[in-house]
Design a protein around this ligand. Structure first.
Ligand SMILES: Cc1cc2nc3c(=O)[nH]c(=O)nc-3n(C[C@H](O)[C@H](O)[C@H](O)COP(=O)(O)O)c2cc1C
Length: 376
């Protein structure tokens, strides 16, 4: 039977499925539920030192549904980080670690720019026994006026500084969580790793406007008739997350030896074991799930583990490490694809194959289209 357990940055997880920071890790009750249901680890909802400044609105979500099946395929939120005080969190971290000493509990933290603030929040959480940290450099919609979240994460030089403060404050592993709302995600990631981050978590949500209500003419999600761009998550963002994880893994594991001991925790639209397998094939050690839990519930980890196991069985993989990063070597440039195709065509000289647009035939159009599909 394949072994789903993962060892990463000194953390031991029974399986690679981790609750992502958000509503599914928002207090001790739900975190306990996640551990009871068998999640490999939990990243709590992001904690800060001054929770009284965090004021949420309702409603704060809007969903994208498939046209026919009505399945939820995308999710926008304008939710802020945790509005629960650091004192409450300290108490809950301690209680959770007493109750689940062997389970991985990661504190997600976010603060304003300032060494004292970052050192304080890291030291206070570490004193409660958490196993590691995720630095939220990526919350897209709230608190830009305080230069927190993505406002900080879009500036590699700030990350270089903040990660160095965190490294100084703790020996526990920490992951820097990246925003996808940037042209080159590798730049802030590289700065974080160079300052001692043990890993990169990616991606946070993608800035979005879910839609405009054609009756009221107001944007969604609407609060008292007004809105702002929010963070998009769920199935619909998965291809973008896969691309960004691929870029991160190429930078971290392909271009030099400097980051071979670091890790990637992949996030974005994971809802099945097959989704997880794809991120692992692109270099991730763990995969995080937020929206999937909001749609399917905590028990969903069981079918996801079964699906991942079936995938591993099918290919004869005994461990996660055995196939981690396997697909990275199949990325190339467009110019090289053209060259490969030219060589292959010359070899085959298949009469029926479509090499030039003049070969399309009206009577065989569907068959010819089908011949060009790679994932039949
Ligand atoms: C309602 C909601 C609240 C979230 N809150 C946080 C948060 O407090 N901190 C954080 O780092 N990410 C937060 N996220 C982002 C998720 O952790 C995750 O990066 C993103 O949703 C993509 O993963 P998914 O498609 O599995 O949801 C939130 C996401 C949602 C949907």
């Amino acid at each position: 039977m394949p072994d789903l357990s993962v060892q990463v940055n000194g953390l031991k997880l029974p399986n690679p499925f981790v609750i992502a920071s958000g509503p599914p890790g928002t207090n001790a009750n739900v975190i306990s539920k996640a551990f009871d249901e068998g999640w490999g680890g939990v990243v709590c909802k992001t904690v800060c030192l001054e929770a009284d400044k965090i004021i949420n609105v309702a409603p704060r979500y809007a969903r994208m549904r498939a046209q026919n099946s009505k399945e939820v395929i995308g999710w926008e939120n304008i939710e802020l980080i945790s509005d629960r005080s650091i004192e409450v969190w300290e108490d809950e971290f301690k209680r959770l670690k007493d109750a689940y000493p062997d389970r991985v509990l990661i504190a997600s933290v976010m603060e304003e720019y300032g060494k004292d603030r970052w050192s304080e929040i890291i030291e206070r959480c570490a004193a409660c026994g958490v196993d590691g940290f995720e630095l939220n450099f990526s919350c897209p919609h709230g608190l830009p006026e305080r230069a927190m979240g993505a406002a900080m994460g879009q500036n590699p030089e700030l990350l270089r500084e903040v990660c160095a403060w965190v490294r100084e404050a703790t020996d526990l592993p920490f992951w820097a969580k990246m925003t996808p709302n940037i042209t080159h995600i590798t730049e802030p990631a590289r700065a974080s790793l160079e300052s001692g981050a043990d890993g990169i978590a990616a991606i946070n949500t993608i800035l979005s406007v879910m839609g405009v209500n054609l009756d009221t003419l107001r944007p969604e999600p609407t609060v008292e008739g007004y809105s702002l761009p929010g963070g998009y998550s769920g199935k619909a963002v998965r291809p973008i997350a896969l691309r960004m994880v691929m870029e991160l893994a190429t930078m971290m594991f392909g271009e030099s030896e400097a980051f071979l001991d670091r890790s990637i925790s992949a996030i974005g639209g994971v809802e099945s074991g097959e989704d997880a397998a794809q991120f692992i094939l692109l270099g991730a050690s763990t995969v995080q799930v937020c929206t999937g839990v909001m749609i399917h519930g905590y028990g969903h980890v069981k079918p996801m583990c079964d699906q991942l196991e079936s995938f591993m069985d099918k290919h004869g993989f005994e461990s996660i490490e055995e196939f981690r990063g396997h697909a990275l070597k199949y990325f190339s440039t467009h110019a090289e694809l053209v060259e490969r195709q030219r060589d292959a065509r010359e070899k085959k000289k298949q009469e029926r194959e479509i090499g030039k647009d003049t070969q399309w035939e009206g009577d065989r159009f569907v068959e010819q289209s089908d011949m060009l599909v790679s994932n039949k």
